[in-house]
Design a protein around this ligand. Structure first.
Ligand code: UDP
Ligand code: MG
Length: 320
């Protein structure tokens, strides 16, 4: 029987927490009765340095409800760090972890489907938003533009998937090998490469409280998503330098023509040509330096080079 552990980050969620725990408890009870998960399954709430009564509520619910566990971060560290903290803390508590926001805007019915997908041999199950009608228009548009921009920058991530996902114990162990500081889980998880699938996630409105993600936080996440996974922006500088030199060449032809035709103003040709040539070389030099910086950046992250999924061996190879 699968022992499931959910992880929900909470930042000033006093208004919604009780209701969320109630809805999750109903779901857990049902899944236990159906024999899908064990009765020792747990739901973990990570208090991300809230300024309201969130932690008190978690502590009380922990006393009243045998499923509820709590983790209290010493201060606010942001959504991604709170999820990571929760997942790493509960890594050994169960067979799989599902991360779901504390406001339960995601589709609870996707949870049993994720567990079934796990039983069918998947280590990673992504919740993919099929309808964002519950999101405000601006959020929907910016979010979708963000996914597109990311994929054009070569960041491998799942379209319209946020942080609602199931990870098996094995996937969590691999994830623990990533020691980078700028965590962007939607980019890291696909790098694990384990068997994965998706389930539909029909988004609903927030039950209570307000969104903690304002535009500047979203921009910050988007920037992290690109700069932590792609060195393409640096390569763009070099391309720009080449474009400058091509323009310089065209101007050169024009200048030559002007000189021969006698229409050139003295001093103009050398000035205009050198601006474009020097500009082009400077851009190429900056981009070239940038490539080295990009490599240093990748080295310092010390990401694992590979993950071994299976090994077939004979007994004597293990003798050592
Ligand atoms: N959250 C967090 N730390 C933060 C900001 C948000 O743990 O600094 C949590 C928040 O409590 C919620 C989840 O991250 O459970 C997603 O936030 P929210 O629902 O406000 O974002 P939205 O759904 O509007 O994108
Ligand atoms: Mg939300």
């Amino acid at each position: 029987m699968i022992r499931l552990v959910t992880v929900s980050p909470c930042y000033n969620e006093e208004e919604v927490l009780e209701e969320s725990v109630q809805r999750l408890t109903t779901l857990f009870d049902r899944m236990v009765t159906e024999g899908l998960i064990s009765a020792e399954s747990l739901m973990t709430f990570v208090n991300d340095g809230s300024h309201d009564r969130t932690w008190e509520i978690i502590a009380r619910l922990h006393r009243e409800n045998h499923y509820v566990c709590g983790i209290n971060l010493s201060r606010n560290r942001g959504h991604q760090n709170a999820i990571m903290a929760g997942m790493m803390a509960v890594r050994t508590w169960g067979d799989a972890v599902i991360t779901i926001d504390a406001d339960l805007q995601d589709d609870l019915e996707a949870i049993p489907q994720m567990v079934i997908a796990l039983k069918n041999g998947n280590d990673i199950v992504y919740g993919v938003k099929v309808s964002r009608t519950a999101d405000p228009l601006l959020k929907r548009l910016t979010a979708e533009a963000f996914y597109r921009l990311q994929s054009s920058m070569g960041v491998e991530s799942i379209f319209n998937h946020a942080d609602f996902r199931l990870l098996s114990r094995r996937a969590l162990d691999l994830l623990a090998e990533y020691r980078e500081r700028n965590i962007y889980l939607r980019g890291i998880i696909p790098m694990l490469g384990l068997p994965s699938t998706t389930v539909d996630d029909v988004l609903s409105e927030r039950q209570a409280g307000a969104s903690k993600y304002n535009l500047s936080r979203m921009m910050g996440l988007a920037l992290d998503g690109i700069t932590s996974f792609s060195v393409k922006p640096i390569y763009c500088i070099i391309y720009l330098g080449v474009v400058f030199l091509i323009i310089a060449f065209c101007i050169g032809i024009y200048v030559l023509h002007a000189l021969l035709a006698g229409t050139a103003v003295p001093g103009w040709s050398s000035l205009i040509l050198s601006i474009w040539i020097v500009g082009g070389f400077i851009l190429i030099a900056v981009g070239g330096t940038g490539i080295y910086i990009g490599k240093i950046y990748q080295e310092v992250k010390q990401r694992p080079l590979y993950h071994i999924q299976d090994i077939l061996t004979h007994a004597h190879e293990n003798l050592d």
